[in-house]
Design a protein around this ligand. Structure first.
Ligand SMILES: [Zn+2]
Length: 669
């Protein structure tokens, strides 16, 4: 491909070229390169760019060698029938590796502790790939959302997981490249961008590049460049920040976790805010070392365009801080406009109710006219699961969820699915059963839209669907199945049987639901369906494609040994560590019913699974409460028996959440 006098070449195996055509190979890289060049203001400075693909291996998507970028094959090419997630991965990876040409290769970080911003800048730049060059993927909201879903969640639940971004005590190489560094890092850059405005931040990155090109830099030097770009007085003078950028960022880069902003609304409508830290205990501790930029908008003049912070929450020792905002009785406020700040918000009861009313209005009418945009709706759902810390607070989450029955945004359904999946198993039995019925009621309309076969047919043969319409099917289908919506099983097995007797064209099944649909069909234990999917598995050559089919097959509970052997044989990474995780994942859904087969498989193959027998202890948490027939063997192989899962998060749910569900059940018709 000749592009403005330079040569861009992609090297791919012949069969991939035939399979995927030139859609991604030929045109995407030059387009993305142009976008980055115009943002950075400096051209890619080599006469050639070679990109080549290697076999799929989990973990690394690409490697930014100078002028010779390596990609894992499914991060370089996908076709138009690929899932939205797969398309996103391609655009993420290519733009990320290209951006490293400027930040990472030309400008390097001064020491290992600065590695986070070497990864954060390219990740931040994905968000600047416009819709028209990313097949309409909404990149910036996707990155902000992933940071909340993956990093914030883990920072709260597995506190040990999250070190500070800049870890001076223990800069272990294996902890330098986690979602924390990429996604939280990028989120902090979006936060600074909101503070100084996009144009100024772009100017700062440009001059940062010019100054440290062919050299190295520290994060301090990046902040200085931003201060210079802001102009006289820096952020403190010109942007009315309470401190210099360097002082503000110190807390964000060196503290563990993220803040939760707690809202207090007095009866006269006066607001004050405080900050808390989310820990993996049932308490929100009063602490926090952050200078938090607060953007907000209210119902009297809703503005979801400007994300500029208008107030600040200061670090301890100040607790509730008056922010000089007074609301009318029926006026709501939303903090963190478009999720540009890396913090959660816990609203007071009055605001909470008003926000729920607005969400209901927004989803009752035309989606285009909704006041609160999808990213803020997803954040409200996500925060409602995480800011609560007492059992009774679940009532607030349930009240908020009620609006989603008319929700159409993929982002919001993803928020709901990923949080429900995480929590509902820890509910007490009676509450869990009622909750399931509640969610069945909420998800059913969306499920019926997701399985509209006529729409599938149209999308396959002629009509181009929007990215959202495609993406929304996945979380909706997954949630419906998790919550045991009866229609899922009926529909999936009907489709499967029709495919088997050739009255249904399997190609029209959208890729977003394929794995789950076949999983559900396999779970009916119809031997013909199992055989059909089993044959599909053997028709695939690629280990990652095989892994997807294997995922469907694993929904059978009567082929334990066969399936475990398939996992062993298809071990994508070829490593014991990943195999161990895959078997543990298998046990999550197959223990304890299939404990006998599982135990004899592990006993027989342990040399392939672990380096040393003591590692088998790591299976204890997956072999909880073994039935009598498996007790002795569990003890013998794993060294101990775990009696019940440990849940430190909620010891006591109280009666209120259950009562709420019971009192509302006659509405779920
Ligand atoms: Zn990178």
């Amino acid at each position: 491909y000749k592009d403005r006098g330079r040569r861009i070449t992609s090297w791919v195996p012949e069969e991939m070229k035939r399979k995927w055509g030139t859609r991604y190979i030929g045109s995407l890289a030059p387009q993305l390169l142009h976008v980055l060049e115009s943002y950075i203001g400096h051209k890619y400075n080599l006469p050639k760019l070679d990109m080549f693909s290697v076999a799929n291996k989990p973990g690394i998507g690409g490697m930014e060698n100078w002028g010779l970028i390596m990609y894992q094959k499914d991060s370089l090419m996908q076709g138009k029938r690929s899932t939205v997630k797969d398309m996103e991965r391609v655009i993420f990876t290519i733009s990320h590796e290209l951006a490293h040409h400027w930040f990472g290769n030309s400008v390097t970080v001064a020491d290992w502790c600065g590695m986070w911003f070497q990864e954060a800048i390219p990740t931040f730049l994905h968000g600047h790939i416009p819709f028209k060059h990313s097949y309409d993927l909404d990149m910036v909201n996707k990155i902000k959302w992933l940071a909340r879903k993956e990093v914030m969640r883990d920072e709260c639940l597995i506190f040990d997981y999250s070190g500070p971004l800049r870890n001076l005590d223990d800069p272990k190489a294996d902890k330098l490249f986690t979602p924390l560094h990429y996604l939280k890092g990028a989120s902090l850059l979006y936060m600074i961008e909101s503070l100084v405005t996009p144009n100024v931040f772009q100017k700062a990155l440009q001059s940062f590049y010019v100054k440290y090109n062919d050299s190295y830099a520290t994060e301090e030097e990046l902040w200085e460049e931003v201060e210079t770009a802001v102009g006289e007085g820096g952020v403190k003078g010109k942007r009315k920040a309470p401190k210099t950028l360097s002082e503000i960022m110190e807390g964000w880069v060196t503290s563990v976790g993220h803040p939760i902003v707690v809202v207090n609304r007095k009866e006269n409508g006066q607001l004050s805010l405080a900050q808390r830290v989310c820990l993996d205990t049932s308490a929100l501790i009063v602490d926090g070392d952050w200078w938090i930029p607060i953007s907000y908008t209210t119902s009297s003049d809703p503005n979801f365009v400007s994300t500029e912070p208008q107030r600040w929450v200061e670090p301890e020792p100040q607790d509730f801080q008056n922010i000089n905002v007074t609301l009318e009785d029926d006026e709501w406020i939303i903090f963190n406009v478009l999720g540009s700040g890396f913090y959660r918000v816990q609203y007071d009861d009055v605001t909470w109710k008003l926000l729920i009313d607005q969400l209901k209005k927004d989803t009752a009418g035309d989606a285009e006219e909704a006041v609160i945009p999808p990213i803020n709706r997803a954040i409200l759902i996500g925060d409602s699961f995480f800011t609560i810390r007492e059992g009774k607070d679940w009532v607030k989450t349930f009240e908020m969820m009620d609006y989603v029955k008319n929700e159409t945004s993929a982002l919001v359904w993803d928020a709901l699915y990923s949080h429900i999946e995480l929590y509902y198993r820890s509910f007490p039995k009676e509450m869990r059963d009622m909750f399931q019925k509640y969610v069945q009621f909420l998800v059913k309309p969306a499920f019926l839209r997701a399985i509209d076969v006529q729409a599938w047919e149209k999308a396959f043969f002629r009509v181009v669907e929007s990215v959202n319409d495609r993406a929304v099917r996945e979380p909706v289908f997954d949630l419906s199945w998790d919550m045991k919506l009866p229609a899922v099983k009926t529909f999936s097995s009907e489709v499967a049987l029709q495919v088997l007797n050739r009255s249904f064209d399997a190609r029209i099944i959208p890729s977003e639901v394929q794995t789950k649909l076949w999983c559900v069909a396999v779970s009916t234990e119809n031997p013909e369906i199992f055989e059909y999917v089993y044959n599909t598995y053997h028709d695939k050559k690629d280990t990652k494609e095989r892994a997807k089919v294997l995922e469907s097959l694993m929904c059978s509970k009567t082929h334990t040994t066969l399936l475990l052997n398939m996992i062993l044989k298809n071990n994508v990474a070829g490593s014991k560590a990943t195999l161990k995780v895959e078997i543990q994942q298998f046990m999550l859904y197959h223990w304890p019913d299939e404990c006998e087969d599982i135990l004899s498989f592990i006993e027989k193959n342990k040399d392939n699974i672990v380096e040393d027998d003591s590692e088998l202890e790591e299976f204890q948490d997956y072999a909880v409460n073994p039935p009598t027939i498996c007790k002795n063997k569990t003890l013998e192989i794993f060294g101990n028996i775990t009696e019940s899962p440990v849940n430190t998060f909620y010891e006591d749910f109280g009666q209120e959440p259950l009562n709420w569900l019971v009192n509302h059940q006659n509405e779920w018709i």
